[in-house]
Design a binder for this molecule. Structure first.
Ligand code: 5GP
Length: 213
């Protein structure tokens, strides 16, 4: 049943993987195809990559702007990744959740754990693994967005990131993007049906029990 018919408690889907494992492709596709989930647009101090738009992929800011927003408690979570700051804005997140929609977070492992600490009932943490480290490197090279030096750094970070997999509720091996997308949709569908996320259900069941047949 849609969130319009029955207000439900929005959830936060935190999707984590090393760069290049497919997280961005999966998260963007899901928010495009499912009107009941929106993407949290993070702030970052890194420079835009070719094709990235301010306000769509990230809010691109400098370190002073980021620190000022952080000092005002403007982030639900934030982290320093690959020498840049990244953070999920608090205000827009609450506005989305209050409107009854879910929110997708494309964050690093530290961000997912911070979200879990600040909203333990509402966060679902999904980790995406590459089928192999060689394949991860191949994907990073073939997307052609980063210099050799940056790719080397991302690969080093990938080993650290992957070692956090046990902190997650769900783990997918992204060998095939269509299969992984199907799995992700299944996870979201199941999590939406958790009893605690359907506060209207009590009244509905009471109604059923009152029905004479
Ligand atoms: P990229 O520079 O490749 O876009 O992102 C680098 C890493 O930072 C990725 O793992 C990405 O998920 C993570 N990241 C992006 N936005 C946020 C955020 O708001 N918070 C945290 N903690 N990590 C983020």
């Amino acid at each position: 049943m849609s969130s319009e018919a029955h207000p439900r408690r929005g959830l936060m889907l935190a999707l984590v993987s090393p760069s290049g494992a497919g997280k961005t492709t999966l998260s963007r596709r899901l928010v495009e195809e499912d009107a009941d989930i929106a993407l949290s647009v993070s702030w970052t101090t890194r420079a835009p990559r070719p094709g990235e738009e301010d306000g769509v992929h990230y809010h691109f800011v400098d370190k002073d702007q980021f620190r000022a927003h952080r000092a005002q408690d403007g982030f639900l979570e934030w982290a320093e990744v690959h020498d840049h700051y990244y953070g999920s804005p608090r205000e827009s997140a609450f506005a989305t959740l209050q409107s009854g929609r879910d929110l997708m977070f494309d964050v690093d492992w530290q961000g997912a754990l911070q979200l879990r600490t600040s909203a333990p009932e509402d966060v679902v943490k999904v980790f995406i693994l590459p089928p192999s480290m060689a394949e991860l490197k191949r994907r990073l090279i073939s997307r052609g967005q980063d210099t050799a030096e940056v790719i080397k750094k991302r690969m080093t970070n990938a080993y650290g990131e992957i070692s956090r997999w046990e902190n997650f509720d769900y783990v997918l091996v992204n060998a095939d993007i269509e299969d992984s997308y199907h799995c992700l949709k299944t996870i979201l569908a199941a999590e939406r049906m958790r009893r605690a996320r359907q506060p209207w259900m009590g009244a509905f069941v009471q109604g059923l029990l009152r029905e004479d047949t």
